[in-house]
Design a protein around this ligand. Sequence first.
Ligand SMILES: [Fe+2]
Length: 459
Amino acid sequence: MRLFKTKKIRSELLAICVGLLLFTISCQKIPTDYAVSDKYRLVWNNDPQTSVTLGWNQLQSSEIEVLFGTKDHGRKYWKYRNKVNPTDGNSKYGMNTEFALLDNLKPGTNYYFVVKDKVGVSDRFWFKTAPAEPTAFTFVAGGDTKSSGLPLEAGRASNRLVSKLRPLFVVFNGDFTGSHGTDSLLWQLWLDDWFGLTTTDDGLMIPILPVHGNHENGDRANLNYIFNSPYQNNDSSQIYYSATIGGNLLHVIALNSEIETGGAQKKWLEDDLKKNENCTFKAAVYHKPFRPHYTGKRENDYQYNQWVWLFDKYGLDISIDADSHIHKITYPVSPDTLSAKAEMGFIRNDEKGTMYFGEGSWGARPRENDDDKSWTLSSGSFNQIKWIHVFPDENKTPAHLNIYTVKSASYDSDKNQTLYDVNVDALTEDDLFGIPKNITLFEDDIFGNVVKYPFHSNN
Ligand SMILES: [Fe+2]
């Protein structure tokens, strides 16, 4: 009898406790104070189908947590199902940088998150994981930003275009700041702009896949400090890596033209190409082009010799570079140093060639496109980003890429700048493949405003 009574009291006490707990939770209020952090960026460092790295600058305070989940709870941090503490960090360039790896995520899924610390809670942001099945998506590629004057403004216009186009991710092909990558204020400015201008009005943050350029050479581990980028051979100056998106739809290989391009990197490249040979599209992204389309830049013969034969052997589809501050896109080309019709080591090969594009003028002042070859499809002198639509084999339409060149700024003969982002209508989640009203696309006499790959699909 006594035992029965004790049990009853215990269960009543438990019920009261649970009730009190539920009451406390329901009385939780959205915090008025904000977390003391800024310069948020999302980075693809591991498998983008199941993970993303969040980086930010923690200004003070402690007890830092990233709370996230597939349901949008706004700033009601206690409602998110998952929680992670910072997994890495550093104190380079006047910032207290924290990184949190969000992993074991579901592919092709929207995730919502807040950053919380002892003081408060950040705004609510969200991101998408890459699909793990062949699914259509878009991405933006480009490089070369500067840290002052009109080039800074041109870069900001390109950033704003990213938020309007809402791509799945951005490949940034190197040269982030106007210095050598060791100036604290310039990195801080770049990160403020990136977060402030590429994040959409509804808080969608677009992951970056960063590439090392010569303006990061002041410390070749820079991308690791800023983006927690992975490196090879236990050497933080050896930053090159790859990522696969959409099952086997697109494999992106981020190479480093600013270190030894042969040796260990060449071996890694061959292994990576071999492992991913069956991907529908294989893309190499790096900073310095083999054959710049601006006479002021030297030819990169050594880099050509290390990589181009592997690109050819394993059927690389597209190659995106930067550095010259112009727009260029080539016909599909194959390496050829022997035949009379070849020029500068390449020959047009519509069936099996690699299409090279980019040459980077995200923000940096455009240079003259004064070095076209017989295999150049088009080039131009203006600020631009590349917007690539990736389509899998679907509904009797074979897999293909639509490559758009989006103008962000240009200059007249008096060096007056025109920005092209201002009146562009932002895309919505319902239509990520439409051409936004008032966007300025580069138009070629033959191909119009889009170049398709495989090349025969242009007909
Ligand atoms: Fe460069």
